[in-house]
Design a protein around this ligand. Structure first.
Ligand SMILES: Cc1ncc(COP(=O)(O)O)c(C=O)c1O
Length: 348
């Protein structure tokens, strides 16, 4: 097999050995099977192709400095998938089945768990979609659940903790006030693709969405949650249309333990001017510092109404770095797992 240079990987697909697949038909789950065939045979009338009864998850598996392999908070991903599937009114794997299939996937792809020194990890992508043929607008009756994996590096391909830029999305919304933003549905991401493409073509690393009702306060980035540091406070938006990030939840816990005041509340756009540090946070982006945010009348416009400069453009802010070291330290076995968030996996 070709030797993979894991240190050069970004967040992109890389083929591995196998996926784990299970089907829920006529009200019952079949046995999860490991398959080296990545091509699916799916009915073209399956709801997933038409009305998007589909949700997914993302979690990482890390090889530690001690060579142990750790999966981070898979129970939280299982719970979030159950909440997404419940919103879509379709069947779902219970927590035990979800975690067992993740473990099966890791074992089947063990040689793709990157070495500790590379800084890369094995990303797991559990996907659940409606598979029964249908024409009417109905929730899926039968579903397929697949856990797949890919070794990944940093989200942007840049060095970890290297600050990037973002732009506010004033004329494209991601998730409506009473919509589905709280759930991890593929449909939410479809909503963001066009705007994301415009922002990326202009060289921005991230796109920051606002609340759809008033466009006055911050919701989240296209790929991740938002948090800012102001003085001794960790500030993150409280919104029913933002994905409840497991990374953000963990960071809030760590921040409180470090003696920071955790504020989960409405964050007005103008507050960006007072922030000492701003970051995107999530499984894929980990903590990514944002050093400049442009506000424009529209994404397409060349006019910049306001430009927020936050912190040092070359370096991650000191408090964000402490949070990064704390969380990554636990994931990579450099620090004690004092909250019991890591599940240690064995090859067999
Ligand atoms: C839109 C969005 N928000 C937030 C997150 C972060 O969630 P988590 O920390 O659970 O990965 C993600 C995924 O990583 C995301 O896609």
């Amino acid at each position: 097999m070709e030797k993979i240079d894991y240190s050069k990987r970004s967040f992109a697909y890389y083929p591995t050995n196998a996926i784990v697949i299970a089907k829920y038909e006529n009200g019952a789950w079949g046995k999860p099977e490991i398959s080296s065939d990545f091509m699916l045979s799916v009915h073209c009338f399956a709801g997933a192709f038409h009305y998007a009864p589909e949700c997914f998850e993302g979690l990482k598996v890390y090889r530690g400095a001690d060579n142990k392999v750790r999966m981070f908070r898979p129970d939280e991903n299982a719970k979030r998938m159950i909440s997404s599937a419940t919103y879509l009114d379709m069947g779902y794997p219970d927590e035990e089945m979800f975690i067992e299939m993740c473990k099966m996937c890791v074992r089947a792809n063990w040689e793709f768990i990157p070495p500790y020194e590379s800084g890369a990890s094995l990303y797991l992508r559990p996907v659940l979609f409606g598979m029964n043929p249908q024409l009417g607008i109905r929730s899926a009756k039968d579903v397929t659940f697949i856990v797949m994996s890919s070794p990944v590096g940093t989200y942007s391909g840049a060095k970890a903790l290297m600050p990037g830029t973002a732009v506010l999305s004033r004329n494209y919304d991601r998730a409506a006030t009473y919509g589905s933003g709280y759930y991890k549905l593929g449909a939410n991401y479809a909503q963001s693709l066009h705007a994301y493409n415009i922002a990326r073509k202009q060289g921005y690393r991230e796109l920051l969405f606002l609340d759809t009702a008033t466009h006055t306060h911050i919701e989240e980035f296209g790929s991740s949650n938002f948090f800012g540091i102001k003085g001794n406070s960790y500030i993150t938006p409280d919104s029913d249309s933002v994905l409840p990030s497991i990374t953000n939840k963990s960071l809030r816990h760590v921040a409180a333990d470090m003696g920071l005041t955790v504020e989960m509340r409405k964050v007005y756009v103008e507050e960006l001017a007072e922030m000492d540090e701003v970051n995107a946070c999530g499984t894929a982006v980990v903590i990514t510092p944002i050093c400049k945010i442009d506000d424009k009348p529209t994404l397409e416009s060349t006019e910049i109404t306001k430009c927020y400069h936050i912190g040092d453009p070359e370096n991650c802010g000191p408090i964000s770095r402490k949070l990064y070291d704390a969380i990554v330290g636990m994931q990579k076995g450099l620090l004690p797992d004092k909250y019991g968030w890591c599940m240690i996996l064995e090859e067999k």
